[in-house]
Write a protein that binds this ligand. Structure first.
Ligand code: ADP
Length: 261
């Protein structure tokens, strides 16, 4: 059996040089897909995720529609090329579980009553996976929903904490996830610090759990800033594009008037 690598050194530095409470680099771009009502592309460490939102739209099959509110239906899919060994294409137990828990997390922030009998359909493609894809997916979906103009009481930030070599750390990478002692993915409303998803693999003491939660809540606020920034940049681009379009229309009008004169 291969020896377990030393995941954290005596100075508290991790394999990739991060400190215990440090996230992997995170970037988000909103509105990357033209044909979806809302979308977001996210890179988080070596994870690459695309999220697309359609709706609110008429719910099909009709018998699934709720008379008083919308359904949020998330489909999480890992591309065959997203992991080292080719992943067998299509849904499996893991993707079904992640789709379900993600749908449930968003059902607690979207104002579902505003759209009776409708569905909000969300598709997540994991293009590259390196541990923490469910929280990366949650973070991307929140931006895609906001980009689609879906009313929500707040954005959600996905983040995980865990334990490696006896130390509580934030945002586990692949080796840390494989060889670590615990992994706790969460979805957090950063503004109110409410937890809307909590899963746990491994074991932790209550004290370690509290320490991890504190780190995760602080990280959720950092992630929230990146999400808001992505939406602001998207909005700024839209205004610029609109102004350019208006300018072109004005020019055309002026040319037509000149020609007619
Ligand atoms: P998460 O991606 O949310 O951490 P898991 O803990 O289930 O979810 O998976 C951890 C990591 O294991 C994934 O991010 C991915 O890198 C890898 N992984 C998951 N499923 C597969 C698979 N079917 N084949 C190869 N690697 C996988």
């Amino acid at each position: 059996m291969a020896e377990t690598p030393k995941l954290i050194d005596s100075k508290g530095k991790r394999l990739d040089g991060r400190k215990a409470n440090e996230l992997r680099p995170l970037t988000i771009e909103a509105g990357t897909l033209k044909r979806a009502d809302g979308s977001a592309y996210l890179e988080w460490g070596n994870n690459k995720v695309m999220a697309a939102v359609y709706g609110p739209r008429e719910c099909h099959p009709r018998h699934m529609a709720h008379p008083a509110r919308a359904l949020v239906r998330v489909t999480y899919n890992m591309a065959s090329f997203s992991v080292g060994d080719r992943k067998r294409p299509g849904p499996d137990r893991r993707s079904t579980e992640i789709s379900k828990v993600t749908s449930e997390a968003f059902a607690s922030v979207v104002f579902l009553e505003q759209f009776p009998r409708s569905s909000i359909d969300v598709f997540v493609e994991i293009l590259q996976a390196d541990a923490g894809t469910r929280v990366a997916a949650l973070t991307a979906v929140a931006v895609a929903l906001a980009d689609a103009g879906i009313p929500m009481k707040s954005l959600l930030a996905g983040v995980a904490f865990g334990k490696i070599g006896g130390t509580v750390v934030l945002d586990l990478g692949k080796d840390e996830d494989n060889y670590g002692e615990a992994d706790v993915p969460l979805a957090i409303i950063p503004r109110t610090e409410e937890i809307v998803l909590l899963q746990m693999d491994g074991d932790l003491t209550a004290k370690e759990f509290q320490k991890g939660m504190k780190m995760a809540i602080a990280a959720a606020k950092e992630i929230y800033e990146v999400q808001k920034d992505a939406l602001k940049r998207r909005y700024a681009v839209s205004v610029e594009a609109l102004e350019a379009e208006e300018g072109a229309e004005e020019e055309l009008k002026e040319e037509t008037v000149e020609e007619e004169a």
